[in-house]
Design a protein around this ligand. Sequence first.
Ligand code: ACM
Length: 384
Amino acid sequence: MANKDPVKVGVLYSRTGVTSAIESSQRLGTLLAIEEINDHGGIDGREIVAIEYDPASDPYQFRNLAERLVAIDNVNVIFGCYMSSARKAVMPIVEKYNRILFYATLYEGFEFSNNIIYTGAAPNQNSVQLADFMMSMFGGRVYLIGSDYIYPYESNRIMSDLVHQRPGGSVVAQRYVPVNAGQSDFDGIVNEIKELAPDFIFSTVVGNATQHLYNAYAEAGLNPKSMPIASLTTSEVEVAQMGASVAAGHFTAAPYFTSIDTAENHRVLQRFRARFDDEIHPNACWEAAYFQVHLFANAMRGAGNDSVPVLMPQILGSEFLAPQGRVRVEPSNHHTHLYPRIGRVNSKGEFAIVRASKNAVVPDPYLVTHSLGDWTLALETLQD
Ligand code: ACM
């Protein structure tokens, strides 16, 4: 008789701590996809059941709870992690037990694991395009500000490299604040920004601290029209936290914005809004969290079960029509073909898309090439 046992999967997104707002959106993107799959008969008649813990935005708890999921709950697949410090903490666990982590967050690249599938943007799918756009629109003198952990250090290193490739490009200063920074931590930063007058600011600040940076910037009377903040981590979630009037005029590069006009995006957003509360704002990390569950379910249909040796070959090379467009898992590096886009926050607090790639860009997590050849630009008019 066919196996009708539920398929247990681990879900590790923080509901408390400094990155709980963005991780709560990833959690609900995951649960939306699980519901969709279960509503359509599960995986070959087997219901997906999420086993969830709250790692409280703490890498040590991520590590311990990942070990609990694989060793005690016996799950083969975990969906989770936002901060790279959390992914780095979970990686040895999924490698030791030979399980799979699906990671739905943009990150600094320069990593490969046989046991991780990366569905967020690698630097050649967001940093390269953002550097190109910001330098051509505003100039090459950049001020780098980040949270104090691995993703900001590495992402700033990549941005520095890209900026220095352009004549006249320079980093005027590079500063870090604690991951749990409050607004007073940014007082000295905005004073220095005023003094140094860069062409733009690149923020790798994450989580709740993001609103404090933008608030401090606004209170100092700085003007996004002439000296905007550009980021990869300021999503619809952080914009909602700071409010439209503070966020308007600043830029973010990501493969997905809520404002994307595709039938698939409208369908998924409508379903999400009907099902979950309005307090959660869909964003690029939510979208990746959503579509990676479908990648998993389709692969498991092909594999017949979720044991890693049969599941992984089905995941690699697989495709899915996601809200951002058709995505594909690249077999050679476990990252995903994605669509770079640049958005500018408008007066309603929505991202108006000001540049978009027509084609998915092949992930190149080691930046073997900095070529912009895949970046088919469609420059649209900037609007207020
Ligand atoms: C991140 O830490 N990958 C945002």
